[in-house]
Ligand binder design. Structure first.
Ligand code: ASP
Length: 329
């Protein structure tokens, strides 16, 4: 090695140490990592986020909190993260809305495919078709009779344009060929309160929000949106929408974790490693199973596969939404 090359060695060592230090130092102990949930507290996505925050604390070695930035069907919270510091301390937990928003909402202020780093998927969540407790129908057949008699008067709650409940409600209206009045909330937690009180008639919502209400008989449940029946005790007797005659009806919601574009690669890896540990946490798995959700164990746990999956979901939902002809500005 000549003298010039020798003089470069300490620099190279320093550079390696400096780069390595980024990953090793992330997250700085006592510096809070925030998971932004683009819906209100107490709803289905919030529940997943709070369980996940707890499961991430140990592998990350710092406090992880949830920040609810609700509104506009999830796009306010997603935009907040798209514009946040790309340092790994502000993350987004979002669902299928990442794939439906680009088609459902014409002017979202961010780009799903290029404004985020994808950190891995978290879970798959079935949905349930539920109604106010006083709705006079005991099964799906009676419900369709009630829908036919009440055309033009039915209110369907959702969490805003682009949300999972919006998407599911849209597909349901198309399947039963009946227009209903969409009543948007900042999440399905307040929509659930109004459904229980009878202010709205119907809702299609994730099992992470509906299981306990179905169990307590505070709402009527008519069917699940998955192709197979569920195994969770409170939901196992519900037929699938396909079984009761809505051919091809299938909606399964998934959640994924994101960071702002430009988050350093080593920080992304550290977050993905921590996510992998969290998804194997027996406590997290048990809580999710109790809510009818299935924790991801397949390749979508890898960031690159997460990105591929979202792109495939955009391609899947786009023609369905376009065929239904619903957009928002
Ligand atoms: N994820 C929403 C919430 O947490 C509900 C939805 O998307 O329908 O309220």
């Amino acid at each position: 090695m000549n003298n010039f090359a020798k003089s470069l060695v300490p620099l190279a060592v320093l550079a390696t140490v400096a780069l390595g230090a980024q990953a090793a130092d992330f997250p700085i102990k006592d510096k809070v990592v925030t998971i932004v949930v683009p819906f209100v507290a107490g709803g289905p996505t919030d529940r997943v986020a709070r369980d996940l925050a707890e499961a991430l604390r140990k592998p990350l070695g710092t406090t992880v909190v949830v920040d609810n930035a609700a509104g506009a069907g999830g796009s306010i919270g997603a935009n907040k993260v798209a514009k946040a510091n790309a340092d790994g301390y502000t993350l987004l937990l979002h669902h299928v809305g990442m794939a439906t928003m680009p088609t459902l909402v014409r002017n979202i202020p961010f780009k799903v495919e290029s404004d985020f780093e994808y950190l891995g998927m978290v879970n798959d969540v079935p949905m349930t078709l539920i109604a106010k407790p006083m709705l006079p129908a005991a099964n799906f057949k009676e419900l369709t009779g009630w829908i036919a008699q009440n055309k033009g008067k039915i209110n369907l709650g959702n969490a805003g344009i682009g949300s999972a409940s919006h998407l599911c409600g849209l597909l349901f209206q198309t399947a039963v060929k009946t227009d209903m009045t969409a009543v948007p909330y900042k999440g399905t937690a307040p929509a659930m309160t109004d459904l229980i009180g009878g202010q709205i008639d119907l809702m299609c919502d994730q099992t992470t929000n509906t299981t306990s209400q179905i169990e307590a008989k505070k709402v009527k449940a008519f069917a699940v949106t998955t192709p197979k029946r569920l195994t969770t005790a409170a939901l196992k007797d519900l037929p699938t929408l396909q079984e009761v005659g809505l051919k091809d009806f299938e909606v399964t919601i998934w959640h994924g974790l994101y960071a702002p574009k430009g988050t350093p690669a080593d920080v992304q890896k550290r977050l993905n490693d921590a996510l992998k540990v969290a998804l194997k946490d027996p406590d997290f798995i048990k809580k999710q199973e109790g809510l009818g959700a299935v924790v991801v164990t397949d390749k979508r746990i890898e960031a690159a596969e997460h990105k591929k999956f979202v792109a495939a979901e955009i391609a899947k939902w786009s023609p369905i939404i376009k065929a239904a002809g619903v957009y928002a500005d």
